[in-house]
Design a protein around this ligand. Structure first.
Ligand code: NAP
Length: 244
């Protein structure tokens, strides 16, 4: 994957940071995108200290103008992207009865519309090269639902439909699109889970523990590689067996 240009959204911390590091280890030049470039700088420094190539970019992925501007700067700086990892995501949990429209809109826009926008922004260079790898970070909640997470579940289920449609539309152009569905992974996003819930996961998952970003990144690295050419439209769960 030497010198392939990879764009990772939500690369400032957590799962996105681990994915950016994995792609850099595989030889990619990685564009680390967060809502502000400064947020992704620590990931860039980690990659550079390991001998990899990366640059930080700022774009609020819910804003089409910011995506278009950042993606054209990335192409000018690093070259045409052949890998896109849609990882940026937020939660605004609450029971449906009490959910505010703003919380619905923010989650659907940041988690789902963003992937539609970023994918459109990379299609030209990928179609021209007749090669591309797109990975969308969904969730087990998108497959199974979650009480208090109607907005999040809908956004993550939407990503799965988007993934299958992109796979069907672009397969003949050498572009694959897959989704991954992590279970409960220790990051800032899951910091507020109760001890009780964490213990439930530990007891229920055959793996006997919550996941870490390092459990997720290698699969994304593989799906983004040339070797994964015959895998497309799939959603692969990485949850230590929790949802079995
Ligand atoms: P995290 O630690 O909270 O990181 C979220 C990332 O998304 C940050 O880099 C953040 O960047 C970025 N982001 C949020 N809103 C953004 C916006 N509007 N524009 C640009 N970037 C934005 O979360 P995580 O646990 O690593 O989650 C990463 C992905 O995995 C998410 O899509 C999440 O839904 C999914 N996931 C997580 C779990 C889990 O258990 N942790 C399970 C299943 C799926 P800033 O620095 O700019 O805030």
């Amino acid at each position: 994957m030497k010198d392939q240009v990879a764009i990772v959204t939500g690369a400032s911390r957590g799962i996105g940071q681990a994915i950016a590091e994995e792609l850099a280890r595989r030889g990619c030049r990685v564009a680390c995108v967060a809502s502000r470039a400064a947020n992704a700088q620590s990931t860039v420094e980690r990659i550079q200290s390991q001998g990899g190539q990366a640059q930080a970019y700022g774009a609020d992925v819910s804003q089409v103008s910011q995506i278009e501007e950042a993606f054209s700067t990335i192409e000018a700086d690093l070259g045409p992207p052949s890998i896109l990892i849609n990882n940026a995501g937020i939660t605004r949990d609450g029971l449906l009865m009490r959910m505010k429209d703003d919380d619905w809109d923010a989650v659907i826009t940041t988690n789902l519309k963003s992937a539609y926008l970023t994918t459109k922004a990379v299609l030209k260079p990928m179609m021209k090269a007749r090669y591309g790898r797109i990975v969308n970070v969904s969730s087990v909640i998108g497959l199974h639902g979650g009480a208090g997470q109607a907005n999040y579940a809908a956004s993550k289920a939407g990503l799965i439909g988007l993934t299958m449609s992109i796979a069907k539309e672009l397969g003949s152009r050498g572009i694959t699109c897959n989704a991954i569905a992590p279970g409960f992974i220790q990051t800032d996003m899951t910091e507020d889970l109760t001890e009780e819930f964490k213990q439930y996961v530990q007891k229920t998952a055959p793996a006997g523990r919550l996941g870490t970003p390092a459990d997720i990144a290698p699969l994304v690295g593989f799906l983004a590689s040339p070797e994964a050419a015959y895998i497309t439209g799939q959603t692969i769960t990485v949850d230590g067996g929790l949802m079995l």
